[in-house]
Design a protein around this ligand. Structure first.
Ligand code: UDP
Length: 319
């Protein structure tokens, strides 16, 4: 098959591209390198079944040509990372809403199956844990820029489902929970690569807030396998799936674990949210996926533990 990945030079996109190439597919990457990097795809760059377009999703002529020529689309191109979103709210909203709008319209023109990479952020600060796909979404005020990410991704979900309902476009939605692994950059806010780099340099490990907030960190390889299964299963059309892991850790304990695994001399430093992000910043206290739907429909079960993931990331940064 010929498969288009928007955001294919991003962290998750690059692993997906490798996986699909290994499975024998022809892969077309579209990426504007806003947060993606060519270094992410350096191992596959010269693969005979890979085509890379460094361009924007707003180039409608190019998108028309790429979508027309492919069999499936993974839509991963988006503004991501809490740091990036707080600093670039216009780009966040325009890319995440407008970019998906362009792509869905063209996907519908040629009736190409499309997987939308959504996010656990859409649950917002709901405390109905673990999050089920049909749960309530709870957001803060529009003056807090971080919420623009959740809103923009929720609009993508609405639009994709609207295309299915009105136009019979085959769509599937994956709500990705915190996904980590080698190659992820800490530059846009993501905590795990930041802590690992800080620890390896014996710099202070910067825990925001009181560190009692928790997350579940899934391995990028597990996540990629899952989204391919979602795409390839007819049963998943029109459905939303949580994809991640339910192994929970507080951010303070994560800092301790990273310090331990790296034998670091770093101090663990608490930094108020206002200083780290923006005035009035709101964080999610806990974020745990209910994975039973993905378990039932695609037999999904995360395989890699947090300790193993951290060891792999530490090795990557040491090199
Ligand atoms: N965080 C932190 N120090 C950092 C970066 C992030 O304590 O240097 C915290 C952040 O406030 C959040 C958690 O780590 O509570 C996860 O942050 P990330 O941006 O990786 O993901 P998300 O907030 O989207 O879950």
């Amino acid at each position: 098959m010929k498969i288009l990945i928007t955001g294919g030079s991003g962290f998750i996109g690059s692993y997906l591209a490798e996986y699909l190439l290994k499975s024998g597919h022809y892969v077309v990457i579209l990426d504007n390198l806003s947060t993606g990097r060519l270094a992410n795809i350096k191992n596959i760059y010269r693969h005979k079944n890979l085509e890379v377009h460094i361009d924007t999703i707003f180039n409608r002529d190019l998108m028309d040509e790429l979508v027309k020529g492919c069999d499936q689309i993974y839509h991963l191109a988006a503004a991501v990372g809490v740091r990036f979103i707080v600093d670039n709210p216009v780009q966040t909203i325009e890319t995440n809403v407008g970019g998906s709008e362009v792509l869905l319209k063209i996907a519908n023109k040629y009736k190409k199956k499309i997987l939308i990479a959504s996010t656990s952020e859409v649950y917002g600060k709901s405390d109905e844990l673990p999050f089920k796909e049909d749960a309530m979404r709870v957001y803060g005020p529009t003056t807090i820029r971080r919420w623009s990410y959740a809103e923009s991704k929720a609009i993508d979900e609405f639009l994709a489902l609207a295309y299915l309902h009105e136009k019979k476009l085959p769509v599937v939605i994956a709500r990705l929970f915190n996904t980590v692994g080698p190659r992820q950059s800490g530059q846009y806010g993501m905590v795990v690569p930041r802590f690992v780099q800080q620890a390896l340099l014996d710099h202070p490990i910067t825990v925001y807030g009181d560190g009692k907030q928790s997350r579940c960190f899934g391995y990028v390889g597990d996540i990629v396998e899952a989204i391919v299964k979602l795409m390839d299963n007819e049963k998943c059309i029109g459905q939303i799936y949580n994809i991640g892991t339910s192994e929970e850790i507080t951010i303070y304990d994560l800092a301790k674990k990273v310090k331990e695994l790296t034998n670091s001399k770093s101090q663990i430093k608490l930094i108020p949210y206002e200083e780290a992000y923006e005035e009035g910043f709101e964080d999610m206290q806990r974020r745990i996926p209910d994975l039973s739907k993905a378990g039932r429909d695609i037999n999904y079960k995360p395989k890699v533990s947090l300790t193993r993931i951290l060891q792999e990331i530490i090795e990557y940064y040491k090199k």
